[in-house]
Design a protein around this ligand. Structure first.
Ligand SMILES: Cc1ncc(COP(=O)(O)O)c(C=O)c1O
Length: 381
């Protein structure tokens, strides 16, 4: 029998998936449970997205392979969006690539680099688990950058030893941050890119929550002129298109993008052309994103009120659709998760995102209005 790769098979299961199994098991036992664990918007995808997809699917025959880098129309739509939103001028032929949602693009990205001399990937100690899981699978050494409430849940750039920065090739940055909702300012991102230029590493800026903010649009790495970043943007959250699998990889580093094209070409990650047509509409339309943002602001207000009136504490909460919650009555994520479960709400223990997640939990509010109202009542009682 072929020998399995222990770097893959001995990894712990993806904990967010394990929580979905738990929610299903509880429901199968007849427990009435609200699943507030997964950042998967429950409101509908805009009708225009569906129409664009159906139109593309029925107006011509699409039996051929799709473009694995995205159609010209799609890349142009992304370029126009980036210019209008972040003031960056991008060459759609060399600086933009489509992906099947950003998860696959993030997971495979480190494969592009040479790891034979013990170079590392820097990962904040609380992070989207895919950064670490991909590094582990590829047997790439990683270093955790501690995140604490006192440093605003952003890596303390001044505290990172130069020797660590010298040996790093990639630095995963995620703002607005999952799970803590921390937002990096423009000057923070400038300082980070300055370090990347000085020590010659690449900032991998994962920005899938950037369009969902309470008042001001958070800064984006796209606003900083440099060849030392790559940016991952997604339609999943802002356009309620998790089921479509569509995102963008952007960089001003043409050599990097050329190599990435070469790497992704045999991977079979071309997004079906009719989904690309829907994505082309989505990047071009500002109105539906504002509608979603406004709606999340109402939901944000409701959930904040419920959390605070139940005597719980929260950090941030001004972007994305998560709440990062702790309580003086609970010394661990597990115990606070149990408090929520006792009220019929399944949340994600903070420790799922790394050891610094104690004593927090993450709960989502990308629920339908009815379910969110029910959730708020359950928290209040
Ligand atoms: C921080 C972060 N990055 C990337 C993703 C992947 O999103 P998608 O693959 O849907 O674009 C997620 C999804 O939850 C996320 O939270």
């Amino acid at each position: 029998m072929a020998k399995f790769n222990p770097a893959v098979t001995e990894q712990p299961a993806y904990k967010i998936t394990a929580l979905q199994d738990k929610a299903k098991a509880l429901r199968d036992q007849g427990v009435d449970i609200i699943n507030a664990t997964i950042g998967d918007p429950k409101d509908d995808t805009p009708a225009e997205v569906q129409q664009a997809l159906v139109h593309a699917l029925t107006s011509k025959s699409y039996s051929q392979y799709p473009s694995y880098i995205g159609s010209e129309e799609l890349r142009m739509s992304i370029a126009n969006w980036a210019s209008a939103t972040h003031g960056i001028q991008l060459d759609p032929s060399h600086q933009i690539m489509a992906c099947n949602g950003t998860k696959e693009a993030i997971y495979s990205f480190p494969m592009l680099f040479d790891w034979t001399k013990g170079q590392t990937i820097l990962i904040p100690s609380l992070s989207y688990p895919v950064y670490q899981m991909s590094a582990t699978a590829m047997q790439i050494p990683t270093l955790n950058l501690p995140l604490t409430e006192s440093s605003g849940f952003l890596p303390n750039l001044d505290a990172i030893e130069p020797s660590i920065l010298k040996n790093a090739q990639l630095f995963w940055m995620n703002s607005p941050h999952n799970p803590t909702t921390a937002i990096a300012s423009k000057s923070y991102l400038e300082e980070l890119v300055g370090l990347a230029e000085k020590y010659d590493f690449l900032v991998c800026s994962d920005e899938c929550y950037n369009d969902l903010y309470a008042s001001n649009q958070p800064a984006s790495i796209l606003e900083i002129d440099s060849e030392h970043w790559v940016c991952f943007r997604s339609l999943s959250k802002r356009s309620h298109m998790t089921g479509y699998r569509s995102g963008a990889i952007v960089s001003k580093n043409n050599a990097l993008m050329g190599h990435l094209k070469k790497m992704r070409s045999p991977m079979g990650v071309g997004t079906p052309s009719f989904i690309q047509a829907a994505a082309t509409w989505s990047w071009a339309d500002k109105a539906h994103v504002k509608t979603h943002r406004d709606h999340y602001n109402q939901k944000r207000q409701k959930i904040k009120t419920a959390i605070l009136s139940a005597g719980l504490d929260m950090f941030g909460g001004d972007a994305g659709f998560y709440m990062w919650v702790k309580s003086s009555r609970h010394s661990s994520s597990e115990s606070l998760s149990q408090w929520f479960l006792d009220r019929g709400i399944l949340v994600t223990p903070g420790t799922v995102f790394g050891p610094d997640g104690d004593p927090y939990i993450r709960m989502v509010f990308c629920l339908t209005d009815d379910v969110l109202d029910d959730c708020c009542q359950k928290i209040a009682h």
